[in-house]
Design a protein around this ligand. Sequence first.
Ligand code: ADP
Ligand code: MG
Length: 416
Amino acid sequence: MRFGIMTLDEVEVRGKTVLCRVDINQPIDKQTGQLKSLARVKASLPTLQELSDKGARVVILAHQGSDIEYQNYYTTAPHAAALSDLLGRPVGFIDDVCGPAAREAIRRLGDGQLLMLDNVRFCAEEQTLFEQSLRLNHQEQAKTELVRKLVPLADLYVNDAFAAAHRDQPSLCAFQQLLPSVMGRLFEQEYTVVSSLMQQPERPCVYVLGGTKVDDAFLMMRSVLDSGQVDAILTGGLVANILLAAGGQHIGQGSLQYLKQTGNDQHLEEAGALLKRHAERIQLPEDLAWVEDGKRREAALQALPHDALALDIGSHTAQRYAAVIQQARTVFVNGPMGVFEEEATALGSQLVWDALGQTPAHTVVGGGDSLSATAKFGKTGQISYLCTGGGALIRFLSGEELPVVKALRQAAGKFG
Ligand code: ADP
Ligand code: MG
């Protein structure tokens, strides 16, 4: 037991049918069906390999994309192929989640064999009900089709999806009601590293928050600024643009429009309140970058063109942030400083990541795109800990008990 949750050390798996929920959600090239990154797939290997080596019949459950942002909503067939390659043993795939074909394939598994089910979010109940409108508690989730159909075939549930631990959905939170349940090795490792650094960080402790997860970022900022566990928050990406706008700064009409388009203007009031209360520890960009005729342009806020669409922090800001990171002893990062995927708007993230590579601080970088940025800037070996979770990491840092953690703890009480 660790953190009140059972681990793989406490269960016998030989000959058992084990449902293993992983988070291997990755950017996908839909033209070729290829995964554009394997970071999360690789991180999930230790648990799958251990289960297979110990003679479990391993049923892998995973999601890919969501029906809210259709571009990455896709089958998990490429993930099964990638897992086969990386594990050096076959990982079967069935294009069914919990119907008769999937159940028959599960019944046919032999000891040590692995089977990947299709994208769990193809089940309407997994996605639509829980993310958008209807909220079910974990007992109610246990009555969904996915859980009712798979539980009779299974002996054990393993959750190794730390990156999705903040999601309240049947494949993540409901099996724990009905099956003995443990966390996988990746979950255990991420929980251990992140919680120890979060509870007793060496000071100064700095958070770097960029990217687009504005609501999670603000929730987290509120709680960590109130609790005093952070000394400075360096902001970039949309998080910074909203804070700047809320503080009455000029960020360009294009940027404002983009905030509206993405529904993020609804956070302006909250951003204003955060700034009023904690201005001294929230650091904002003093300059921003935009693209004109395919070229990078930068200016101080007051000199930005009227219609600018800011897609990166400027280099003065990035240098100031780099100096803060150099002086820090603990740094948590989620979200790049700009659209780092494009050359013209990569510089802000590049300079910040260079500093992350050089600082003597403990550095934790989390989130799918943040991991891609780490690989792109060649810093993989220089970051103390790469966490698969972005949203999960920042919810975790806010001190909130994550739904998956709660469900696993309850299972320990019930079956442990
Ligand atoms: P992570 O995946 O690391 O948790 P997010 O998904 O929150 O990070 O954000 C990453 C995305 O944010 C990147 O694809 C990047 O292009 C985008 N982004 C960063 N800055 C901006 C900006 N100013 N405007 C629009 N998109 C941005
Ligand atoms: Mg992302």
